[in-house]
Design a binder for this molecule. Structure first.
Ligand code: FAD
Ligand code: NAD
Length: 455
């Protein structure tokens, strides 16, 4: 090693989790080295949350215009992807340039090192031929990458991942989306709304298979209403590309699927071998970095964000980052608590959920009561008219009389989720929730009806 650099803290990976840890500790006066292989800010602002939500905002506007004839008159809209691509390039990503974020980190007093960090035993990280030694600790925040399934032929084709989709200057005429999870359903709907002929192939028997069955069914209905072909319980057997188009063969099906583009969205995984976590006694084959409640992964070692496997969401990475910062600064604070973990799939309708699904609760052997009411049956849903699909589903631990899970699907379903998030997090007794005043006529008033339906 030609150089040996000392610092208080070395943060590897400056996505939302690592950038927060590194920047906050630097502001607190520690000498922080932040190592980033690509762009400061990570996946979320450049290839994930932010650009995808810009696409969704645009797609939702088109869909909303389509609802005008039933309610308000005539509207003629002409979808133009160049507006979306331009906004992502100019406003969101600065043409995938992170200078602003790098300057922000430097202004806080952090030292940015560009390159691939690799652990070299406790408190040591190498980048090329440079060795960084941390006096107080190392924080791992390197995120996860697309998991490409071993479908014969796939590796040899120019398939897209989320990164290609976020950078698309124009949309293909047709696309197959492999995987009907969060990425698959969000992007399938947007692309369909911009007149791309989309087929989603999901291996499980429903979309959004981690969520309530009703959520997957609603997502499928919404996608189909936008013209998407949804194939569940389907798996690709073989993929090829002839220089122009993709051809997919499905297991147990002789029919061929052809499309201009193939988006692979079949989950994501960490590359812990590249990070050499074995040098600090962590098994790289486990796939995630185990941590305790203070985000400690070992002596002088912390981990935050997607690599911890506690929910691949920006809000989880930042929640964990806050805990790690406190712990590194020696300040006491509560352990990480994932009982009320919220997530929102930003389809139209939005599908938000918090805590356990009914099935997860039953598998824990709890005495479960559920209540479910559609948004359309509420006054606000009825007033809303077209686009009012959705429901509130509650999961109660009947022995304790508290909600332990909930799904809020509908227009602004992700916003309505907030009240349920508080209820699950704070363990507000159902009896108290049933006796509070719910504003009329709101979407969230459906929660009151769902509480009344608990059985
Ligand atoms: C299409 C898409 C849409 C999404 N939408 C949402 C959403 O709406 N809401 C939400 O909450 N979440 C969303 N997510 C998830 C969200 O993007 C992640 O949870 C979040 O980015 C995780 O942050 P992180 O800090 O753990 O890792 P990342 O953001 O992945 O950042 C890790 C950083 O580490 C760097 N790195 C990796 N290895 C090394 C190394 N060895 N040395 C140095 N640097 C390294 C990487 O270059 C990267 O910059 C979405 C994800 C995708 C793919
Ligand atoms: N709105 C949000 O918060 C948001 C949006 C996008 C992504 N994300 C995060 O990113 C993560 C990754 O997203 P994702 O959609 O890639 O993963 P995912 O795990 O959510 O969904 C992947 C889907 O692909 C299916 N699948 C796997 N292998 C398959 C195969 N060979 N053929 C057909 N289907 C197959 C799985 O059954 C699963 O339903 C999400 O879990 C989420 O944490 C969040």
């Amino acid at each position: 090693m030609s150089v040996n650099v000392q610092a208080d803290v070395v943060v590897v990976g400056l996505g939302p989790g690592g950038e927060y840890v590194a920047g906050t500790l630097a502001e607190a006066g520690l000498d922080v080295v932040g190592i980033e292989a690509e762009l400061v800010g990570g996946e979320c602002p450049y290839w994930a949350c932010v650009p995808s939500k810009m696409m969704i905002r645009a797609g939702n506007l088109l869909a909303e215009a389509g609802r005008i004839p039933a309610l308000a008159g005539e509207a003629v809209v002409t979808p133009d992807w160049t507006r979306v691509a331009g906004r992502i390039r100019d406003a969101a990503t600065d043409d995938w340039n992170d200078q602003v974020a790098a300057d922000r980190f430097a202004a806080k007093g952090g030292r940015l090192v560009r390159g691939m960090g690799r652990l070299a035993g406790p408190s040591r990280v190498t980048v090329g031929d440079r060795m960084f030694e941390a006096r107080r600790g190392v924080v791992l925040a390197t995120g996860i990458r697309p998991r490409i399934p071993p479908v014969p032929g796939l590796e040899e084709t120019p398939y897209w991942t989320n990164r290609d989709a976020m950078a698309a200057k124009e949309l293909p005429a047709s696309m197959v989306v492999l995987g009907g999870g969060a990425i698959g359903v969000e992007l399938a709907q947007v692309f369909a709304r911009f007149k791309c002929a989309v087929t989603v192939i999901e291996g499980q028997d429903r979309l959004l298979s981690q969520e309530e069955p009703e959520a997957g069914e609603l997502a499928a209905q919404a996608l189909r209403a936008d013209g998407v072909t949804v194939l569940t319980g389907a798996r690709a057997r073989q993929v090829s590309h002839d220089g122009t188009a993709f051809t997919l063969r499905l297991e147990g099906d002789e029919q061929l699927l052809c499309a201009e583009r193939l988006l692979v969205a079949t989950g994501r995984q960490a590359d812990l071998t590249a990070l050499a976590v074995d040098s600090v006694g962590i098994d790289p084959t486990v796939g995630t970095v185990p941590t305790d409640g203070q985000m400690r992964a070992g002596e002088g070692l912390w981990a935050v964000g997607d690599i911890t496997g506690r929910g691949a969401f920006t809000h989880v990475s930042m929640y964990q980052a806050e805990i790690a910062v406190r712990d590194i600064l020696g300040q006491p604070g509560p352990d990480a608590d994932y009982r009320a973990l919220p997530r929102v799939t930003f389809t139209d309708p939005e599908i938000g959920a918090v805590g356990l699904t009914e099935r997860q609760a039953r598998e824990q052997g709890l005495a479960v009561r559920t209540g479910m009411v559609t948004i359309a049956s509420s006054t606000r849903g009825w007033i809303h008219g077209p686009g009012n699909e959705g429901f509130i589903k509650l999961v109660e631990d009947a022995d304790r009389g508290v909600l332990i899970g909930a799904t809020s699907a509908g227009p602004v379903g992700g916003e309505v989720l907030y009240g349920l998030n508080v209820a699950v997090h704070a363990e507000v007794p159902v009896d108290r929730l049933q006796h509070m005043i719910y504003t009329y006529p709101t979407f969230h008033r459906t929660i009151e009806a769902a509480l009344g339906a608990l059985s």
